[in-house]
Design a protein around this ligand. Structure first.
Ligand SMILES: [Zn+2]
Length: 107
């Protein structure tokens, strides 16, 4: 991973070891192999599942919370759109499941 600020090899971490600048994978032309946008896809999948299972409130709330946390973590780590989708869907599924519980439409 080369540093876009000082042009030297920045090292394996998220920050340049020479100048301390953040090493953005988008600017170096190719992403470094292991840093594969953590959390984004998992968060989106959990969001979809929790939305699809909102009439099972326990499952929906648990998956919604996990999806929400994964989405926020993924967003912080730069996962972008999928993480946002996961956050939005999880954030919708949790109150939906609570409402379903409140009005007694659950199994
Ligand atoms: Zn640097």
């Amino acid at each position: 991973m080369y540093c876009s600020k000082c042009g030297k090899e920045g090292g394996p971490g998220p920050m340049c070891q020479n100048c301390g600048a953040p090493l953005a994978s988008g600017q170096s032309g190719y992403p470094s192999a292991p840093s594969k946008k953590p959390g984004g896809t998992a968060s989106m999948v959990l969001g979809i599942i929790s939305l699809a299972t909102f009439w099972f409130p326990l499952a929906a709330i648990i998956m919604g919370i996990v999806g929400l946390v994964l989405g926020i973590v993924g967003k912080v780590k730069g996962a972008g759109g999928k993480a946002v989708a996961g956050i939005v869907m999880s954030a919708c599924a949790i109150p939906l499941a609570i409402i379903m519980t409140a009005i007694g439409l659950t199994v």
